[in-house]
Every structure is written in structure tokens, then in C-alpha cells.
Design a protein around this ligand. Structure first.
Ligand code: GDP
Length: 306
């Protein structure tokens, strides 16, 4: 049962993921099969040259994430391509940018052991979650450009907590405990499930979960289960594919990150009415950093206005 104060978030999610905008529907059937060139810049007016890695499959209109209040039907297919964030399926809306698309300051605020202990100032937040070793701490450090901030979450006693980091004094990045420890005792796994699921379902200021998936390996069942749970419970979700710099040679049987990313999306397609947003990243090369921050800014600005 949801409390009434949660409704705006659920509605936001519905609009982001489950209800295709009518206008989009009307043009989808006509041009869905046409490939869309990807953008070279983070912003819409940039050079219209294809820049996705050549081996990436072209994006179709149906596989794009189109934010609410974004009318793509008036855009020519080639100019729509210039509004897609590099290495992602995300169309930039007019909500993107403004204050907060860059991290000016960041600070650890608190560790909470339950949802009701989390900060109560009403500022919007994004939760980072993923299998242990997926690269969550590295991504957090790369986002805030501080080498050791995320170590706070790894200190004894804090690994099983909800850790809040305040960004630019106006929003939060939230580090949740990693899941999927092979060696974790059964009771701990059950606890983890209860604890994080309660946070997802009962945190009204949660704008979106950022689910981290290791793109250097084929999809894992535990990640698929997690993504489907979020989808079925209508929790807003963005997929962050990590370690995209790790390129295995095909002749050695390894698969490229693009192939793993593609397969993961195919496997979760049925859990979502429309494609969830995804971004390819690397904490080694900083690929995807600006794109994540821009995407967060558009989700946040939309959330603040509704
Ligand atoms: P966490 O357990 O999810 O917090 O993962 P960490 O951030 O501690 O990273 C786990 C391991 O993956 C470490 O050895 C990192 O150096 C490595 N790693 C993390 N991100 C990347 C990445 O983007 N590329 C590569 N090649 N390695 C990474």
C-alpha cells in the first residue's frame, strides 16, 4: 500500500516509463525501424555526425527514452539524433542543464539504517545500487571528482547503510549497499532485500534509481531479477552500464560491452512498456560522466516542477 505523499513520484514514473506520449506513439510506427544517428555532443545543437562506436547497433525511435514534456514529433529524424546523449538512449529535454549539471561541491551527510532515518529536508535524490564490485564507489568518486569520498560508504559499519552525499547543497547522491555477495549468509541477503526494497518503495524524494550493471560481462540473472523487480514495482530506473572501457577480443570468445548492453536490454524488455533510460560509462576514462549529470539534471528539474 502506498502512502498518499508518494503519489507524485509514482505518477512521474508512469509518465517516464509506462505511458507512451500520444504524439510519440503516432510517429513511432512510421519511423521506428529507421536508424537514428547519435549525437556527438551532450547538447542538442551540436554537430550532426554519427558518433556511437561504429560497432554499436543503431538506435530505433522505440528504443529511445523520451522525457515527459518533450515533443519529438516536430523534430526531423536527423535533428532528433543530435538531441541524444552520447553512449545512451536518452533524449535531452528542455529540463536539462541549468544549475547543477556540474558538481561544485559534495559532502558526506549521514548513514542511515532505515528509510525513516534518512534526511528529511525534501531535497531530490538519486540512489546508486548494483552488485558488489560493479564499480559503484569508482563511479561515485568520478561523478564528484573526489578520489576518496565513496570510501566513506566502505568503512566498517557503513557498508549495510543508506549513505547520503549532498551535492551542491541542493540534491543527494545515495549509496546503497551492494548486492550479490556470493559469500553473504542467507539472513544477510534477506535483510538486504527488505531494507533496500523498503527504501525504494517508501522514499518520496527518490527521483530515480541508478542501477549499475557491469558491461564487461554477459548479463547476470541477479541483475535481471533486480531490474525486473524495479520495473514491476514502478520504481523509476536508469541503467548505468559500467566498465565500458574493458574491451575483450572477439577471437578469444570475449564479448564487447556493446553486445552485453544490447543483450541486457533485450532480456528486460518485457518488464517495461517503454525503454528505460541507459548510459554507457567508464570510471577509467570518465566516459558517461557528463551524460549522467545532464540526465540527472533533467530528471531533477522535472521532478522539482511537478
Ligand atoms: P564497488 O564494490 O561496486 O564499489 O566497486 P569498486 O568501485 O570498488 O570497483 C571494483 C573493481 O572494479 C576495482 O578493482 C575497480 O578498479 C574496478 N573498476 C571500477 N570501475 C571500473 C571501470 O570503469 N573500468 C575498469 N576497467 N575497472 C573498473
Amino acid at each position: 500500500m502506498f502512502a498518499s505523499h508518494q503519489l507524485p513520484r509514482i505518477q512521474l514514473f508512469s509518465r517516464f516509463h509506462f505511458h507512451k506520449p500520444k504524439r510519440l506513439l503516432s510517429i513511432t510506427s512510421a519511423i521506428a525501424s529507421k536508424p537514428i544517428p547519435a549525437s556527438i555532443s551532450h547538447f542538442s545543437t551540436a554537430i550532426a555526425a554519427p558518433t556511437q562506436p561504429q560497432e554499436s547497433p543503431p538506435l530505433s525511435l522505440e528504443s529511445l527514452f523520451v522525457p515527459p514534456d518533450t515533443d519529438v514529433s516536430s523534430l526531423h529524424i536527423s535533428s532528433l539524433g543530435t538531441r541524444i546523449l552520447k553512449g545512451s538512449n536518452i533524449v535531452l529535454s528542455n529540463y536539462a542543464g541549468g544549475d547543477g549539471a556540474e558538481v561544485v561541491n559534495s559532502e558526506f551527510v549521514k548513514s542511515s539504517v532505515a528509510t525513516e532515518d534518512c534526511p528529511s529536508d525534501g531535497m531530490p535524490e538519486f540512489a546508486l545500487v548494483g552488485r558488489s564490485n560493479v564499480g559503484k564507489s569508482s563511479l561515485l568518486n568520478s561523478l564528484v571528482r573526489r578520489k576518496r569520498l565513496a570510501l566513506t560508504s566502505k568503512k566498517p559499519g557503513k557498508t549495510q547503510c543508506i549513505n547520503h552525499f549532498r551535492i551542491n547543497d541542493c540534491w543527494y547522491l545515495v549509496d546503497l549497499p551492494g548486492y550479490g555477495y556470493a559469500a553473504a549468509p542467507h539472513e544477510l541477503r534477506t535483510d538486504w532485500d527488505k531494507f533496500t526494497k523498503d527504501y525504494f518503495l517508501n522514499r518520496p524524494t527518490l527521483v530515480s534509481v541508478f542501477l549499475l550493471i557491469d558491461a564487461s560481462i554477459p548479463p547476470k540473472q541477479i541483475d535481471l531479477t533486480y531490474a525486473s523487480w524495479l520495473g514491476q514495482n514502478q520504481i523509476p530506473m536508469t541503467l548505468i552500464f559500467t566498465k565500458c572501457d574493458k574491451r575483450k577480443k572477439k577471437r578469444n570468445g570475449g564479448r564487447r560491452p556493446e553486445e552485453n548492453v544490447q543483450e541486457f536490454q533485450e532480456l528486460i524488455r518485457n518488464f517495461f512498456q517503454t525503454a528505460p533510460p541507459w548510459i554507457m560509462t567508464s570510471s577509467v576514462t570518465n566516459q558517461g560522466r557528463e551524460e549522467i549529470l545532464l540526465h540527472m539534471s533533467q530528471l531533477r528539474n522535472y521532478w522539482l516542477k511537478h
